[in-house]
Design a protein around this ligand. Structure first.
Ligand code: FES
Ligand SMILES: [Fe+2]
Length: 428
């Protein structure tokens, strides 16, 4: 369990909160690049860390992310006209560039310098891979750009989707490092999902329902090792990296692409799940890419034109009790992503962690909370830069491996859990 005040400390991310300050130390996914597909395309509303903003791409292809509301009388710039290298408020015509600087106030005299003193809060927006990333902290402390492997491999080797999840980011993130639920909740998917099935490792996963956890501290976060019995004298290890504060990877299965997530707070009761799949050494096949688009693996089927999932809270996630009885799905909910989301949302927007009863299989989650808390307090009280800001910390991989029982997973896997460009992932 967590004390009430610690639960609040870790779940509140708005301006002025300690956790909000922590998040504002990092580059984070703000949107998919596909949301701003061309110069002068429609602006997009973006809410992150409880701040309401608008993003746009100007006539020169520059990206901007700034306060949603016009400095004149507060109209939403989502209604703005994106034209002539700026976003113009349609109410009285004030115009802003991608830095939030006001560049025109039509009602003022031609020689007026009034607009020079008007600037909206704005943040950088940079395309790396399929994502547009932002940094919402002190410009003087802006770290170098992120180095996560999925965003840096050639475009044909990677795919990213997103969906809104109706719960606090910490609840969703905790699912991302919780290896013990796979044997139950996702047992159907291990047999049938085109992006999961067929791996030798799945057999170990299904046979041993009592994984033993060993958690290793790293400079940027944790490696959560889940150990299950394999053949005589060996163990099957699944190693899940966490890079602070909100990046997790799922251990691979066979030659399937490797997947993972960013869990980004929208506000305290909603978050974005950015879900990626990539292969370190080969292009995704057409069948794999289509499966991702169709919502298989860690991806979701969304309502067309939105990032809301088709199965959602309002339709009970299209639960199918007959499919559950037939053994096709464990919970009755179809799809790995929605199996996770349905249960995480079922806990309520911010779960009351004072009531939970943790067991040894939750040790990854316990260590992650401790590490987050320590980093939040160190930043708040002493200004210490938290783990995971340094891009060197991003160069991690998940791994799945069979090892002799006597071997320590971290000693045996140092190379396997480190990005080595052009080298295949370590997988069973
Ligand atoms: S409210 Fe935007 S120009 Fe007046
Ligand atoms: Fe899951």
């Amino acid at each position: 369990m967590l004390r009430k005040d610690i639960n609040e400390l870790l779940t509140q991310t708005g301006p002025g909160t300690a956790m909000g300050e922590l998040f504002r130390q990092y580059w984070m996914p703000a949107m998919l690049a596909e949301e701003l597909p061309e110069n002068d395309c429609p602006p997009v509303r973006v809410k992150l860390l409880s701040e309401r903003m608008v993003a746009f791409r100007d006539s020169e292809g520059r990206y901007g992310l700034m306060d949603e509301f016009c400095a004149h009388r507060g109209a939403s710039l989502w209604f703005g006209r994106n034209e002539g290298s700026g976003l113009r408020c349609p109410y009285h015509g004030w115009k802003y560039d991608v830095t939030g600087q006001c560049i025109e106030v039509p009602s003022e005299a031609d020689n007026s310098s009034f607009c020079e003193n008007v600037k909206l809060t704005s943040y950088p927006l940079v395309k790396i891979g399929d994502l547009l990333w932002t940094y919402m902290g002190d410009p003087a402390k802006k770290p170098p750009l992120p180095e996560f492997e999925f965003a840096h491999v050639p475009a044909e080797q990677t795919y990213t989707s997103k969906r809104v999840q109706q719960c606090n980011w910490l609840q969703a993130f905790e699912g991302g490092i919780d290896s013990s639920h796979v044997t139950f909740l996702h047992s159907g998917g291990l047999k049938t999902d085109p992006l999961f099935k067929g791996a030798k490792g799945n057999e170990y996963n299904m046979k041993d329902t009592k994984p033993f956890f060993e958690v290793a501290d790293t400079e940027g976060g944790l490696f959560v090792g889940a150990r299950r019995n394999a053949e005589d004298g060996t163990y099957y290890w699944r190693i899940t990296p966490w890079v602070m504060p909100n990046f997790t990877m799922v251990p691979p299965r066979g030659d399937h692409p490797v997947h993972g997530h960013f869990w980004v707070p929208i506000d305290d009761e909603n978050c974005w799940a950015y879900s990626f799949d990539y292969h370190p050494v080969r292009a995704l096949t057409e069948a794999e890419r289509q499966a991702m688009i169709d919502g298989h693996g860690v991806h979701s089927k969304n309502i067309p034109g939105t990032y809301r999932t088709a199965a959602n809270m309002d339709n009970d996630y299209l639960i199918d009790r007959e499919a559950q009885k037939r053994g096709e799905t464990y919970s009755g909910v179809a799809g790995i992503a929605m199996q996770d989301a349905s249960l995480q949302e079922s806990m309520g927007p911010i779960v009351d962690r004072t009531k939970e009863r943790l067991v040894p299989a939750d040790s990854g989650i316990i260590k992650a909370r401790q590490k987050l808390r320590k980093a939040v307090v160190a930043l708040r009280d002493e200004g210490v830069t938290p783990p995971g800001v340094n891009p060197e910390h991003h160069k991690v991989r998940s791994a799945a491996i069979v090892l002799p029982q006597a071997e320590s997973f971290l000693d045996a896997c140092r190379d396997a859990v480190t990005v080595q460009p052009g080298v295949r992932q370590t997988t069973v």
